[in-house]
Design a protein around this ligand. Sequence first.
Ligand SMILES: [Zn+2]
Length: 111
Amino acid sequence: MDVGYYREALLRKRAELLAEGTTRPLQTSMENNSRQGDLADQATGNNEVHIALKLRQTDSKILVAIEEALARIEKGTFGVCRDCGEPISDARLKAIPWTRVCITCKEKQSA
Ligand SMILES: [Zn+2]
């Protein structure tokens, strides 16, 4: 397995999430300022804040998972399913490098 490739992918995704986390609130407040005075538009603005907040919660979960994946790379256990101990497929890791479980266990979770 090319662990270096996944480390790169994880670091890139982490940098991306951290950059988004700092720019999003700024954009939102600017939109709100330009819309002051109109109740209907303010409601839309609040909704956008809510969505941005939800996105950030998802982002922070992914950030934690990325940190864990990087730690697993250091320990040499990257790409091994947390639940069954089987290797996670390259296709799955390429799509979601920070995943903790293989597709079989993931499907069991959601079932
Ligand atoms: Zn598994």
